[in-house]
Design a protein around this ligand. Structure first.
Ligand code: ZN
Length: 291
């Protein structure tokens, strides 16, 4: 396997659940450890090498209880030992709460969010605002999370919701060098309160990111398919899953995140690239496996 081969690989991440998607919207959203395990295995078999995890209670409530993360990840690793774990760093009201599961589990990857912003969910048919909140990510939080992950050897996936977040991270890195380089970005398009997907926005992010950075794209709702398609063409990595979108391109509810992974695998092959295996993903993202 040469570096040239690795450059032709696309990593597929499956974001299984997120913080807001409910079974009422798509009954295939996992809540119990057994459901996470089953869905992770299906995603792995369909081509995903990473699962991105937010923990839920059996009733579907968001929880930052480290023990719940431990139970979920134990179940996933029992059914699918090969899959790489990425835990959210975005849930929790204090830095301590956000970092508690990350410190306990010490996964290969965790997300670090990059700006304070509005976060709004709007029903596209009724136009009703279903959820609205202020999402706080201060410089202190970002720097603290970067330092902890660096000390523990966890790879941060730096989540960019608009160019403002990207500029925040570039400034922090210039001043404090808290991220190991090359940095790894997740360009998230289509959050209401952040930037929508279009080719100009993707090109702009690429132009202002460090040239040696690795990067992935994901999109919310219909932005998922457009962002992923352009991301693969441009040589990036891609994320699908019910966290971002509950449907398939034809509008039907997805049978699970795995069905979107199947779509992503076909997309990668159609573009003439290959889906990265877990071993290739570890090399591309320079991951340190402890669990
Ligand atoms: Zn997430």
């Amino acid at each position: 396997m040469t570096n040239e081969d690795l450059l032709n690989r696309t990593i597929i991440t499956a974001a299984l659940v997120g913080a807001t998607t409910l079974k009422e919207q798509n009954p295939n959203v996992p809540y119990t450890p057994a459901e996470y395990a089953e869905e992770s295995l299906k995603c792995y078999e369909a081509g995903a090498s990473i699962v991105h995890i937010h923990a839920r209670t059996d009733d579907g409530l968001v929880t930052q209880d480290p023990k719940r993360y431990e139970a979920i990840i134990k179940a996933i690793k029992t059914s699918c030992p090969e899959i790489i774990i990425n835990i959210t760093g975005g849930t929790g009201t204090t830095d301590k709460e956000r970092l508690a599961p990350i410190k306990l589990i010490q996964p290969e990857l965790c997300s670090i969010d990059t700006q304070t912003m509005n976060w709004v969910n709007i029903n596209p048919i009724t136009k009703k605002i279903m959820y609205e909140g202020e999402y706080f990510n201060t410089f202190h939080t970002m720097i603290r999370m970067a330092r902890v992950t660096k000390r523990l050897g966890i790879r941060p996936e730096i989540e960019v919701f608009s160019e403002l977040g990207l500029y925040n991270i570039l400034y922090i890195q210039k001043q404090y060098q808290v991220f190991s380089e090359p940095m790894h970005f997740q360009y998230v398009f289509g959050v209401v309160g952040g930037a929508p997907f279009n080719i100009q926005n993707l090109a702009h992010y690429r132009a202002i990111s460090p040239s040696n950075a690795t990067w992935c794209v994901c999109g919310i709702a219909k932005d998922q398919f457009k962002a992923n398609t352009c991301g693969v063409i441009e040589g990036g990595h891609i994320r699908v899953g019910l966290e971002d979108n509950i449907r398939m391109p034809n509008g039907d509810l997805a049978k699970g995140s795995f069905e979107q992974v199947q779509w992503a695998t076909k997309l990668v092959e159609m573009v003439g690239r290959k889906v990265a295996t877990t071993d290739e993903t570890k090399k591309i993202l320079i991951l340190n496996t402890k669990i």
